[in-house]
Design a protein around this ligand. Structure first.
Ligand SMILES: [Zn+2]
Length: 301
């Protein structure tokens, strides 16, 4: 069975520069280096070098294709360079602040010129509602270019920011799956990915998926939001998501990000075990680990 991972972060040099600027005030490479050193992570080098690092890592774990996220707004070029070099392996996703004045121009350019395929929204971080007009305009642009939307809902913690002690600007109330459903319903051709089963707004995410057939969940990360719900297990989350959204609307993901940790095998292993426990048929597993990603993102662009 081929294996596709719908959720990996491309932590490029511009990503660390943005963090370093925020933490140390100055700009340029020295601040990126300081941030990387403080994190104890591996320096990414150029986008091409980081892309090659990823490919070697994915080959080792027999991962075929990944949704690769430019994880800070304005970093579309880094992921575009990675996709340009390995078009059969990477599908380009990009973080975009829907409240920024240049959001629409950036979205158009990313789809039309850079060959990226999915806008990633973090409404809790950038503080806008998912039923805002500005979000609807990004959906329109995605629809016109055959693109997808990823909308982070629920609890949000960014590992690099937390480790560097950067102030959290997150207001979780903006990450409401029901507000997302209100917009997604008007754009039935746009695949809408809600990562981590709604990140704690699980009930709302299920209701959103029930009302919008174009909403999918990604299964990524350790899903430790389940600790907010007494007694809930990840096995039960999968059982319920399969019952309501169905096998065609779950996308396997790991939320892998930095090196040397690399691709998170343990997430894959844990989710395989859960699906085995649930006794799902092999065609269900095939859809989750591979087929649904292929349906949405087609062959290589
Ligand atoms: Zn993530």
């Amino acid at each position: 069975m081929t294996l596709n991972d719908a959720h990996c972060h491309f932590l490029s040099s511009p990503f660390y520069e943005a963090l370093g600027r925020e933490k140390y005030g100055a700009d340029g490479h020295t601040t990126a280096e300081r941030a990387i050193e403080e994190l104890g992570w591996e320096a990414p080098g150029t986008a091409e070098a980081l892309a090659a690092r990823w490919i070697a890592e994915l080959d080792r774990s027999h991962v075929s294709r990944v949704g690769l996220i430019a994880s800070v707004p304005g970093d579309e070029e880094s992921v575009a360079a990675a996709v340009g070099r390995y078009p059969t392996r990477f599908v380009g996703f990009f973080a975009l602040n829907a409240a920024a004045a240049d959001a629409e121009d950036r979205a158009r350019r990313a789809f039309a010129e850079l060959g990226l395929r999915c806008i990633c929204l973090f409404p809790a971080m950038h503080r806008y509602r998912l039923d805002d007009e500005r979000v609807a305009r990004l959906f329109e642009i995605a629809a016109a270019h055959g693109g997808a939307i990823f909308a982070h809902c629920g609890y949000l913690s960014i590992e690099a920011r937390a480790k560097l002690g950067l102030r959290s600007t997150v207001d979780v109330r903006f990450g409401d799956p029901l507000a997302l459903a209100a917009t997604a319903a008007s754009f039935p051709t746009v695949p809408v990915i809600v990562p981590h089963f709604g990140g704690g707004f699980f009930r709302e995410a299920l209701m959103a998926a029930e009302s919008c057939p174009n909403i999918l969940f990604d299964t990524s990360s350790s899903n430790n939001w389940i600790r907010f719900v007494p007694g809930l297990t990840l096995t039960e989350v999968f059982r319920r998501a399969l019952a309501i959204a169905g096998a065609n609307r779950l996308l396997f993901g790991t939320d892998s990000s930095f090196f040397p940790r690399g691709w998170r095998r343990v997430i894959h292993g844990a989710q395989q075990t859960i699906l085995h426990e649930l006794g799902v048929e092999s065609d269900v597993s095939e859809k989750i680990f591979s087929g649904n990603f292929e349906r949405i993102f087609g062959g290589a662009s």
